[in-house]
Design a protein around this ligand. Structure first.
Ligand code: AMP
Length: 186
């Protein structure tokens, strides 16, 4: 099982991705988590990524494609994976296609989790109170939403054209949304 999760910041992608990965016993690859751990390690990638992340901007495509290429080539990805927060731009999606081609793999489905923007900003502002994330201030939250609609939302059309997209309503109880996702995957 190879999945991609798309959705605006705050829609609950991370929570749902964990539940779905447990269900199918597949690898959860969250590029946001990977980048945060690179920053913690003060690695070269972390140092490069931090200023973009702190401003709510996307980290350059080449950095992300290198990370994903590495992760997908690892043997713990052989049982399947869920990409959470990647791809986020058309060049990343094109790069992913190329990586999959080389690995002779294909995506099974792309889940788009959806919710209205006001609800999302409110959720993120609440989360910011205890997340400790440096990109969770109200201004940066709004910037991350803008970046999503401008740079990532075109991927909805991209995957729709490839017949891979399934829309799932992201408003409701956590378990209820997990059930909707499982039904969309079936
Ligand atoms: P997330 O935890 O998915 O909200 O990601 C947090 C931040 O990490 C984003 O605002 C971006 O700065 C960066 N990031 C995560 N994934 C990507 C990606 N696929 N492309 C570019 N930047 C990313």
């Amino acid at each position: 099982m190879r999945l991609v999760f798309l959705g605006p910041p705050g829609v609950g992608k991370g929570t749902q991705a964990s539940a779905i990965c447990n269900h199918f016993n597949i690898l959860h690859l969250s590029t946001g988590d990977i980048l945060r751990s690179e920053i913690e390690d003060k690695s070269h990638i972390g140092l490069e990524a931090k200023s973009f992340m702190d401003q709510g901007e996307l980290v350059p495509d080449t950095v992300l494609l290198k990370i994903i290429q590495n992760k997908l080539n690892h043997k713990n990805a052989q049982n399947g994976y869920l990409l959470d927060g990647f791809p986020r731009t058309i060049p990343q999606a094109d790069g992913l296609n190329q990586i999959l081609l080389e690995l002779k793999q294909a995506l099974d489905i792309v889940v788009s989790l959806d919710a209205n923007e006001e609800e999302l900003v409110n959720r993120l502002i609440k989360r910011s109170l205890d997340s400790g994330r440096s990109d969770d201030s109200p201004d940066i939250i709004k910037q991350r939403q803008r970046v999503y609609w401008k740079q990532t939302a075109p991927l909805l059309e991209y995957y729709k054209n490839l017949n891979l997209l399934k829309d799932v309503n992201g408003i409701g109880e956590i378990e209820q949304i997990t059930k909707r996702i499982l039904k969309a995957i079936d």
